[in-house]
Ligand binder design. Structure first.
Ligand code: B12
Ligand code: SF4
Ligand code: SF4
Length: 231
């Protein structure tokens, strides 16, 4: 019979830095249409995996290293969620649905707002991988917010990991909020229109690049503690 350990071992073998599990009943407050069962009705467990995003590119003076590092890690996380689903289906005789970060179907063109199949930050919190900081990013002690997330929905019951019960943002810290050049960070969420307008740019030749990640870079959480531990 499949165990949480089997899933985590497999994720680790494929290259995940961390892997957590959330039973679907933890998603009862998810907005209608964005619950794991809206995506895959037999879903009973959500497996969330993450890979570390390297710190160095965040401090480069050119936007190219971060853009490329972010794309490569995201592609790697997408690959490994698909491979994890394939490996579990072959060995454990279950059904597994990969949930990529993007693309998303919901798009409000007027407000430039997209909503993904599943909010991976909420899924990661529910799978015990960390908490959301004031910058709204998933953050933990090990990697800070330098995490890229992916998920898989399984049609089997697995025990959930303990939800992290601590606050990583000091009460007085507002660095991320104050450093955002367009004041996009609100109490619980980020203005997509403001953030997209400022952070997504193009080279003179037309290649898409990230020109802002200040709210990610300035956060002191997890800096200097980036060693991986077994998933
Ligand atoms: C759309 C999107 C954006 C949008 C909107 C960001 C946002 N706050 O959602 C924009 C373009 C602004 C953006 C910017 C960035 N993003 Co982005 N983005 C996404 C994406 C593709 C979808 C998120 C989504 O659907 N948002 C829609 C809104 C409605 O979601 P929300 O406000 O969080 O949710 C509200 C409700 O819907 C509800 N809710 C939704 N689901 C659930 C579930 C439960 C259980 C509950 C209780 C509630 C609930 O609660 C919220 C409060 O009302 C995710 C990948 C993914 N699939 O999750 C990456 C993702 C969140 N982005 C990521 C990153 C790295 C960035 C940037 C740093 C990129 C950069 N510039 O370098 C910036 C950071 C800006 C910031 N401070 O957040 C990472 C975050 C990693 C981490 N450590 O947290 C993700 C997870 C991609 C990934 N695979 O790693 N992003
Ligand atoms: S910069 Fe400060 S307030 Fe913002 S997420 Fe990091 S610790 Fe929290
Ligand atoms: S990525 Fe830049 S524009 Fe977007 S919320 Fe963070 S600091 Fe603001």
């Amino acid at each position: 019979m499949i165990t949480a350990q089997t899933v985590k071992h497999q994720a680790r073998q494929l290259g995940a830095d961390l892997c957590g599990i959330a039973p679907v009943d933890r998603f009862e407050r998810a907005p209608t249409g964005f619950h794991p069962r809206d995506i895959f009705p037999p879903a009973r467990s959500v497996v969330v995996i993450t890979k570390r995003v390297p710190e160095g590119p965040l401090h480069a003076r050119s936007p190219i290293p971060y853009t490329v590092a972010d794309h490569v890690v995201l592609a790697e996380v997408t690959r490994l969620t698909c491979e994890l689903c394939d490996a579990l289906e072959r060995r454990e005789h279950l059904c597994a649905v990969p949930v990529p970060s993007e693309p998303y179907e919901y798009w409000d063109a007027m407000n430039c707002e997209g909503v993904a199949l599943l909010s991976l930050k909420h899924a990661a919190v529910l799978a015990g991988l960390g908490v959301m900081g004031k910058n709204t990013l998933l953050t933990n002690r090990q990697f800070g917010n330098r995490l890229c997330l992916g998920a898989a929905l399984l049609d089997v019951d697995l025990p959930g990991d303990a939800i992290v019960d601590e606050r990583l943002c000091p009460e007085s810290c507002r660095l991320c909020i104050e450093t955002c050049p367009v004041h996009a960070i609100g109490a619980e969420t980020v203005s997509q229109k403001l953030c997209r307008g400022h952070s997504q740019g193009h080279t003179a030749k037309g290649d898409a690049i990230y020109v802002c990640h200040e709210c990610r870079t300035i956060c002191p959480n997890g800096k200097g503690t980036q060693m991986a531990v077994p998933a």
